[in-house]
Design a protein around this ligand. Structure first.
Ligand code: VGL
Ligand code: ZN
Length: 196
């Protein structure tokens, strides 16, 4: 069984002073760099939004960050503008090793957010990740990165549903923890069969 390390969204905007700062976000960098040694295949994801993305509160007059709205596919949390394509905030943290096999960008369709590295938030539109992993014969995944309760949790649950053997290394993750989202995410991951 071949294993891959899936490093979720270790980008400046999710670190201290970033536009959508995750408390202690940068603390994941050193443990992740060390973990990369143990995997033949390393995949980085990069949240990569066009300006005016529909997950941004600024795209919805009268709405503030962290409120929700109804989009075509359901309820969406509205975020501060973050990870805008080509900006410094969208770049990987400067100390993160980027000598990866694959860098997968997601969230680039204006009308659909993408927490998961496998499916966008409409739960229908696929990224190329499942096909890539299948072509490479990879059946075991370890997930690390930001944020535990959003992109890490959605990716891990989709991976488990797709039949991968999935672990999340919580030492190398940090959470936004919006309204108890971390506890809910940990419970949901465990129910989906993810090892924590
Ligand atoms: C993320 C919210 C919005 C994440 C990305 O990487 O967890 N969270 N965009
Ligand atoms: Zn985003």
């Amino acid at each position: 069984m071949t294993a891959a390390l899936l490093v979720i969204d270790v980008q400046n905007d999710f670190c201290s002073d970033g536009a959508l700062a995750v408390p202690e976000g940068e603390a994941v960098v050193a443990p992740i760099n060390a973990l990369m040694e143990q995997y033949d295949t390393v995949i980085l994801t990069q949240d990569w939004h066009p300006a005016g993305h529909q997950s941004f509160a600024s795209a919805h007059p009268g709405k503030a960050p962290f409120e929700t709205t109804e989009l075509a596919y359901g309820t969406q949390v509205l975020w501060p503008d973050h990870c805008v394509q080509g900006t410094d905030g969208a770049a990987f943290h400067g100390d993160l090793r980027t000598d990866a096999d694959l860098i997968l960008r997601k969230g680039f369709r204006t009308a659909i957010d993408s927490y998961s590295a496998f499916f966008e938030n409409d739960q229908k539109t696929v990224t190329v990740l499942h096909g890539y992993l299948q072509e490479r014969g990879i059946s075991r995944l370890t997930l690390v990165g930001l944020a535990t309760d959003f992109c890490v949790a959605f990716s891990a649950q989709d991976a488990a549903r797709l039949g991968y053997d999935v672990a999340v290394d919580l030492n190398a993750c940090r959470a936004i923890d919006l309204d108890g989202a971390l506890d809910a995410a940990l419970t949901n991951m465990q129910s989906a069969g993810v090892s924590l």
